[in-house]
Design a protein around this ligand. Structure first.
Ligand code: SF4
Ligand code: SF4
Length: 287
């Protein structure tokens, strides 16, 4: 089997429920019915089967609209995916509230977590305890928080309490223009040396982007778009070959503001900072 260029896939199935209730959450917070969860599970298993049949190396990032890891079928799927020979990386965004009993069965060389602390929904002690379990199981992970001003005390506490080997990022609050004073920006930059990358809204129309070329977004039914932010339909993985959908593209949006988007911008060349841990958001200094 000849392996082609590594392809990054962002997967977002139909799941849209969460055990937390953060005020800043941009996602629909609803309760999924038993039938909806069964459909989400069926989509996930079909996707897993498709991944196992691909003749190329794949790096995966699950970006659910809600919390997936509280569902056993996601935990088990990640364990299986982590051992597939063509899966280079399997990563998921999570609030880290789930039981971590399953994690010891995953391949620590490929499984990685993008974890976020949500101050109104858990405690620092509880969260740090979960991080400790990840460390004991040799699972790579980053920790982050939304940089709203009411979270500043938690930002300092987490920075102080997390092991210095764990990268701690702050997502800039950009819904309000000029939200931070110069002093606040300096402080946040000291906490997260890569804060300024995130505190930028990139003007991207016409700019070269890896999205659609070496990275794709796929929904639960297999529909493909270049990224989560441009909805032009490229095809369906269950009906067409990947090669027919991939191609060099430039951005057609005015701007790109999220980490999972701007990491694809060619001019930023963020692989030089994160290398093969770009999906779990861990810069080279912390590898
Ligand atoms: S944990 Fe994430 S998905 Fe859940 S409510 Fe908070 S921000 Fe939304
Ligand atoms: S720059 Fe952002 S919005 Fe534009 S194509 Fe790339 S990922 Fe998508």
């Amino acid at each position: 089997m000849t392996l082609k260029q590594v392809l990054t896939i962002l997967y977002r199935g139909p799941l849209e429920s969460c055990n937390y209730d953060c005020s800043y959450c941009p996602f629909a917070k609803k309760k999924n019915t038993r039938e909806e969860l069964a459909f989400d599970r069926a989509c996930l298993l079909k996707f897993e089967n498709w991944i196992s049949q691909q003749d190329r190396e794949i790096s995966l990032l699950f970006t659910p609209w809600g919390e997936a890891l509280i569902r056993k079928y996601y935990q088990e799927c990640l364990v299986r995916l982590s051992w597939l020979p063509n899966v280079k990386k399997v990563c998921i965004q999570t609030n880290l509230s789930c039981s971590l009993a399953w994690i010891a069965r995953a391949n620590p060389k490929t499984l990685a977590l993008w974890t976020t602390f949500h101050p109104t929904e858990t405690t620092v002690d509880k969260f740090i305890g979960q991080c400790q379990q990840l460390v004991e199981n040799k699972i790579h992970f980053s920790v982050g928080i939304v940089g709203k001003k009411e979270n500043f005390s938690f930002i300092q506490t987490l920075k102080d309490q997390l092991p210095p080997t764990i990268y701690f990022w702050v997502n800039a609050y950009k819904r309000q223009a000029n939200y931070y004073s110069a002093t606040e920006q300096d402080w946040l930059q000291k906490i997260d040396p890569l804060f300024s990358f995130n505190n930028t809204i990139y003007e991207t129309r016409g700019k070269g982007c890896e999205a659609g070329e070496s990275s794709l977004s796929i929904d639960g039914e297999g529909n493909v778009t270049r990224c989560h932010f441009i909805k032009d339909y490229l095809g369906n993985i269950y009906q067409q070959s990947l090669d027919s959908m991939l191609g060099v593209r430039s951005c057609t949006n005015d701007c790109c503001r999220c980490y999972i988007g701007y990491i694809n911008l060619k001019e930023l060349d963020l692989n030089r900072i994160y290398s093969n841990r770009i999906l779990e958001r861990i810069p080279l200094d912390y590898h």
